[in-house]
Design a protein. Structure first.
Length: 333
C-alpha cells in the first residue's frame, strides 16, 4: 500500500460518484503535475463509470498537449457544467487558484487531491499529502492501492506529472515510493524516454530568446546566496515568447554554485508573478510566499500581486533578507 491511511476513504468516495457528472479542475497557469493529474483522474473516473471531464482556467501549455490524448479537456470560458456536476480539484493549493470563473461555479468542491504544504483544505473531502513529491504521485498511489490500473495515456500523464515536479527525479522530494510508483506506471504503459523528450526537448526559439534575457537580468543578493532574475512585459513580445515559456527558468538561478535560493520576478500587465526555488527544504519557500498571499512547497513556491515591479522589489528583498536570517537562526522548521 502506497497511501494506506487515505486510500480506502478515497476509493469509497470515488466509487460513490458512479453515474454522476464530475469536473476535474486544476490551477491557473497549469504545469506538468497539474495537467498530468487532471488527465490521470479524469480518465480513471471515466473508466469507473463516472461522467468526468477536465476543465482549467487556462489552455493546456504547448509542451503538455501530447499528454492529454483523447481526454475531454475544456477551457473554463467555454465550459457549462451539466446540472448536478461536482468538482474534484487536483494540484490546487487553495480555492482562489481555480480562477475567477471556476471558483464561483464550484464554491464548495466535492474533492481535493493535493501535495502543497500551504493547502489548508477547501473541499468537502480533502486528501492533502505534503510529503508527496507531486499530486500525480498521490493519485497514482491511491489508484494502485484501490486495485485500479490506469490506461496507457493516464499512466504517461501521471508519470510526466511526477517527473516534472521532481525535476527529473533531482529534487529532495524524490523517494523510494516515487520510483516504485514510476515502475508500476511503466508497466501500465508510461514511457520515460518519450515523456522526457516531450517535456524537455521541444523548447521554442522564443523560449530560448527569453532565457537569454532572463540570464542577462540575474543579480546576486545576500553575498551570493540568493539569485534574482526579472522578466518584463516587453520581453515576451520582443522574444516572440508565450507566457508559459517562463516555466522552469527560475531553476537556472537556483542552479548556480553557492546560491541557496533562486527567484524569478515577472511583470505581467501591471501585476507581479513571483517564483521561488530553494535547494533545501529548510528554506521554507512556502512561508516566504505566504507573506505575499502565495503558497506552495518548501523548495518551490510562488505568489501573484498587483503593483509595479520596480516599486515592489525593495519590499520583497527586505522580506527575503529577514526570511534568510530567520532560517539561519534555526527558525521556520
Amino acid at each position: 500500500m502506497y497511501f494506506p491511511e487515505h486510500s480506502a476513504a478515497f476509493k469509497k468516495l470515488v466509487e460513490g460518484l458512479r453515474g454522476r457528472s464530475v469536473a476535474v479542475l486544476g490551477h491557473m497557469r497549469p504545469d506538468g503535475d497539474c495537467i498530468g493529474s487532471q488527465v490521470g483522474l479524469t480518465r480513471m473516473l471515466r473508466d469507473l463509470g463516472v461522467e468526468a471531464v477536465a476543465v482549467n482556467h487556462d489552455l493546456v501549455p504547448r509542451i503538455l498537449k501530447d499528454f492529454v490524448g483523447d481526454t475531454p479537456f475544456y477551457k473554463a470560458a467555454e465550459y457549462t457544467p451539466p446540472a448536478g456536476t461536482v468538482a474534484a480539484c487536483v494540484d490546487c493549493a487553495d480555492h482562489a487558484r481555480l480562477g475567477p470563473k471556476l471558483r464561483p461555479m464550484f464554491p464548495r468542491p466535492f474533492l481535493t487531491v493535493d501535495h502543497h504544504l500551504s493547502n489548508e483544505g477547501f473541499a468537502e473531502h480533502d486528501f492533502v499529502m505534503p510529503k508527496a513529491s507531486a499530486t500525480a504521485e498521490v493519485l497514482a498511489g491511491m489508484f494502485f492501492d484501490a486495485g485500479w490500473k490506469p490506461d496507457a495515456v493516464a499512466a504517461q500523464a501521471l508519470y510526466a506529472g511526477i517527473a516534472s515536479d521532481t525535476g527529473q527525479f533531482r529534487f529532495p522530494s524524490t523517494s523510494p515510493r516515487v520510483f516504485g510508483l514510476c515502475s508500476e506506471l511503466m508497466a501500465a504503459g508510461a514511457d520515460p524516454g518519450t515523456a522526457a523528450a516531450l517535456l524537455y526537448e521541444r523548447e521554442s526559439l522564443g523560449k530560448m530568446r527569453l532565457l537569454r534575457v532572463f540570464l542577462g537580468s540575474l543579480k546576486q543578493e545576500l553575498g551570493g546566496r540568493v539569485c534574482v532574475g526579472f522578466l518584463r512585459d516587453a520581453d515576451y513580445q520582443e522574444c516572440g515568447a508565450q507566457r508559459d515559456d517562463a516555466e522552469g527558468l527560475v531553476d537556472y538561478a537556483r542552479s548556480i554554485d553557492g546560491v541557496d535560493v533562486g527567484v524569478l520576478l515577472e511583470e505581467r500587465s501591471g501585476a507581479i508573478k513571483g517564483s521561488l526555488r530553494s535547494k533545501e527544504p529548510r528554506y521554507g519557500m512556502h512561508r516566504l510566499a505566504q507573506q505575499f498571499s502565495g503558497g506552495g512547497h518548501a523548495c518551490a513556491a510562488g505568489f501573484n500581486l498587483p503593483g509595479p515591479l520596480d516599486k515592489f522589489y525593495p519590499q520583497f528583498l527586505a522580506a527575503l533578507k529577514e526570511h534568510i536570517r530567520t532560517v539561519d537562526a534555526g527558525g521556520l522548521t
